[in-house]
Design a protein around this ligand. Structure first.
Ligand SMILES: C[S@@+](CC[C@H](N)C(=O)[O-])C[C@H]1O[C@@H](n2cnc3c(N)ncnc32)[C@H](O)[C@@H]1O
Length: 271
């Protein structure tokens, strides 16, 4: 992540999620502690981080607060390094960074894995490509509520080849995350070879169970959205696009919101 951040001499860096202070310490050692502000939501963690850093003679500005708000008092920043998982990138970070500045964060949309992304700020928006998978604890306030699963199931079968989802390539995960924002889900293969794919969004839920003998999946959908149908449509889109890999996808964050694109910010996945 620090390689992607690539700060230059004299840069001002905002870090979100101080934790132990390790990352803030590395950036301070590289740039000088006076150039580093690190925001931690947990006061006890922040106090421990300050103590850890002081023991090394490093005194970056460790602030207790919600990192989603950044730290406007020391803006603008040349680099923003986010050390906790983010579902929705706060536009505040874009506003508090300089044009040409860089934000590096673990984007964790909720579908399977997270993805490391490097965004560059230009014309009031931040855009950039993905750089591999990444898993972090989610930012507080972005942790999804678990609505109870209720309602009568609508049952059906699936036309999907289970191998598409059991070892979903990163490009497919990004396509699903971009086409179905805020849908959480995962695919798990049990010890007997049964594949279970679950998806949820608020009170909508889908579960598909693919038996190992290849006899076809049984699907149950509940709630206002037919999440399984939407998931199948997303897989079909990805196939139609020629099964692009992660290097062709990117994320843009504007004042209006965020979106995933294919090849260029002018080609959002969701039209
Ligand atoms: C994976 S740890 C950070 C590790 C850190 N880079 C280090 O060097 O130890 C994530 C941290 O983010 C903090 N965090 C979670 N939500 C936050 C928020 N909304 N604002 C600021 N910090 C937050 C957690 O309390 C935790 O300390």
């Amino acid at each position: 992540m620090l390689d992607l951040l690539a700060p230059d001499e004299g840069d001002a860096v905002l870090e979100i999620g101080t934790g132990t202070g390790w990352t803030a310490g590395l950036i301070s050692a590289r740039l000088g502690a006076g150039h580093v502000v690190s925001v931690e939501i947990d006061p006890a963690m922040a106090a421990q981080a300050r103590a850890n850093l002081e023991a090394l003679g490093l005194t970056p500005h460790v602030v207790v607060g919600d990192g989603a708000l950044g730290h406007p008092e020391s803006a603008p920043y040349d680099r923003v390094h986010v050390s906790c998982g983010v579902r929705t990138v706060p536009y505040t970070w874009v506003e508090q960074a300089r044009p040409g500045g860089v934000i590096v964060l673990p984007w964790m949309p909720g579908w399977q894995t997270g993805h490391l992304v490097r965004l560059r700020i230009e014309d009031g928006a931040a855009s950039g490509r993905f750089h591999g998978t990444s898993g972090f604890m989610l930012m507080r306030s972005q942790r999804p509520a678990e609505d109870p699963i209720t309602g009568a199931p609508r049952t059906g079968t699936s036309t999907l080849d289970p191998s598409e989802l059991s070892a979903a390539p990163e490009g497919l995960s990004l396509a699903i995350a971009g086409l179905l924002p805020d849908v959480q889900g995962h695919a798990v293969t049990g010890p007997d070879g049964t594949l279970r794919v679950a998806a949820r969004w608020n009170d909508s839920h889908a579960l598909a169970v693919f038996p190992p003998d290849g006899t076809g999946a049984l699907v149950e959908q509940r709630g206002p959205r037919d999440l399984w149908d939407e998931l199948e449509a997303a897989v079909q889109h990805w196939n139609k696009w020629g099964r692009p890999g992660p290097e062709r996808f990117g994320l843009s964050v504007t004042r209006q919101g965020q979106y995933v694109w294919l090849d260029s910010p002018s080609s959002p996945l969701r039209k």
